[in-house]
Ligand binder design. Sequence first.
Ligand SMILES: O=C(O)[C@H](O)[C@@H](O)[C@H](O)[C@H](O)COP(=O)(O)O
Length: 269
Amino acid sequence: MTRPVSPEPPAREAIEAGAAALPAPELRVHTDLAEAAEHAGRDTAAALVAAVAQRGAGHLVLTGGSGGQALAEVLPAALERAGLRPGSGLEAIHLWFGDERFVERGHPERNDALAQPLVDAGIPEARVHRVPGPDEVADVEAAAQALRAELERSGPADGRFDVIHLGLGPDAHVCSLFPGHAAALAAGTTVAVRSSPKPPPERVSLTFEVIQRGREVMVVAAGAGKAQAAALGLGRPEVLTAPASCGRGERTTWYLDAPAAHDLSTVPG
Ligand SMILES: O=C(O)[C@H](O)[C@@H](O)[C@H](O)[C@H](O)COP(=O)(O)O
């Protein structure tokens, strides 16, 4: 049982109102996680092609977890098929991380390992905006501040990421924004998380303020273990009980398999 954060600060209303003001998510149900990732990868590539054509750069936020892993396996080919190749737009793609575990560079638990297939495909290391670990900064708060500074220095000019990938936790968390945790209510662009119920305990996460400015938010999840979280996440925006319900952007698409979509008939209107 997660202890609710109280008193409920106005941030909760602002985050929930922000989500409610955005279009409801579109739901796509696929055969399995691989197919869900394939379709999300194709849509990601199309959005990045448009971003590079319109703004000269494309900013993509990657996620960790099983959704992030499945996306990492399909993104290089998806970008290539869309015409994003070395010398032809690929160098204009910036990679960011919706959250990062506060462990040292190269640690197998780091989410930025999922960027490697795209680096191997030709995205320059200078375009991969990694979050510093305990081998580089004093503590997780300093890492959150470093990411905030990097966003100000190199982030999207209008503060709006072109594509934000989100995995879905079984408790309906996204990034490292967990039910009942104060970090889910954080203002600003980044937040230090010290008591993650999902190990490792210390993480840096983007906030809902950033997610809700996204042009395309894509949630990729599969398995019966995510069915309840998906029903909550596709229901009314309630940030403290179902953070995923507030993970919306200008356009939001959920790519699920049938077991993860199983409970959706029970979603409140
Ligand atoms: O750092 C992380 O762990 C992720 O960013 C996290 O938000 C993940 O996407 C969900 O926890 C789902 O992970 P699973 O699909 O592996 O359950």
